[in-house]
Design a binder for this molecule. Structure first.
Ligand SMILES: [Zn+2]
Length: 319
């Protein structure tokens, strides 16, 4: 084997090469095939792990990561990329919202996972061991799920290590999305990475089961800029970008009852504390819950399906 060769399971890329392939991952009750791209730069440098499709119906992020991973020029790169293009293949195939259909668990609440656990915990453990933990920087590409609209944003958290936090913030600012939101999400990819001292950024663009070119182009350009900030690619990248506002306070509102969801605000709209943001009605139109904003801020994401289940998210407000 040549020095500097990048290896992941049966994939192997010498310096200056790209390799692609389906990697089988045994989840106990089923084996899934994850499409993986590894790109080994001509010169040694940081290893960057990137995931998309942690939620299987988030298509903008899946389309954007494939575009970027397949178009990077390894001869111009310093360091390496390991990209998991569809990280939850069973959820992708089932067009599943939020959860892995193999056991009904949310993969992005299951990290760092358990190799002896159920299917979702095993999948999290494989992704953590192969894509997250060996990386020097990590990016997780998401968008609103099939039933969610959102404004574009990056999510990061502070680790208390200034060197880590500096790289994390630089990557998130380079992404160039509408908002930058602080705060951990226990069990998520990025919180598991941050706990291991790895600069980690969540990127969110688009949603509702669509993948319009404007959204894919924004996410792909943002991801390339973040890879530049990570030290992987040499050129400042052209492409769509937004002026970023930093938000520190965030509230996720969930429904405590099933019913028909009628939001009265739009995604990106600014709301006041105490303002009504929607109501849940019963099957005949009677209001069973009024939903009120607990803090002032911007509607970051909004569930857009009429059907609402007890425990499901309604919207998030951040300021
Ligand atoms: Zn997601």
């Amino acid at each position: 084997m040549m020095a500097g060769t990048l290896i992941l399971e049966h994939l192997s890329a010498a310096r200056g090469q790209r390799a692609t392939g389906m990697i089988p991952v045994d989840l106990g009750s089923a084996t899934v095939q994850i499409p993986v791209v590894i790109v080994n730069g001509a010169r040694p440098g940081p290893r960057v792990g990137v995931t998309a499709g942690i939620h299987g119906a988030e298509y903008v992020s899946i389309a954007a990561l494939r575009r970027v991973a397949m178009s990077l020029d390894p001869a111009a790169m310093t360091g390496s990329l390991v990209a998991s293009l569809v990280s939850n293949p069973a959820a992708f195939a089932a067009r599943s919202i939020y959860v892995d259909p193999l056991d009904g668990r949310n993969l992005n609440r299951s990290f760092p996972g358990d190799p002896a656990g159920g299917p979702t915990e095993r999948l999290a453990a494989w992704l953590y061991a192969n894509v997250i933990a060996p990386s020097d920087r990590f990016i997780d590409c998401h968008c609103g799920d099939m039933n969610e609209a959102l404004v574009s944003f990056t999510g990061i958290e502070e680790t208390g290590d200034p060197a880590v936090d500096r790289v994390t913030l630089a990557m998130a600012q380079a992404y160039g999305l509408d908002y930058l939101v602080y705060g951990p999400t226990p069990g998520s990819t990025t919180t598991a990475a941050a706990a291991a001292g790895i600069p980690a950024v969540l990127g969110e663009v688009g949603g509702q089961g669509l993948w319009p070119e404007a959204d894919v182009a924004l996410h792909a350009a943002g991801l390339r800029r973040a890879l530049h900030a990570a030290g992987l690619i040499p050129d400042p990248v052209e492409g769509p970008r937004r002026a970023t506002r930093v938000l520190r306070a965030e509230a996720w509102l969930r429904s405590d009852t099933e019913g028909f969801w009628h939001p009265s605000v739009g995604v990106g709209e600014r709301v006041a504390a105490g303002q009504g943001v929607g109501e849940i009605q019963d099957a005949f139109g009677a209001v069973v819950r009024q939903v009120v904003a607990p803090l002032p801020g911007v509607v970051l994401f909004l569930v857009t399906s009429l059907a609402m289940n007890a425990g499901d998210p309604l919207l998030a407000i951040a300021d």
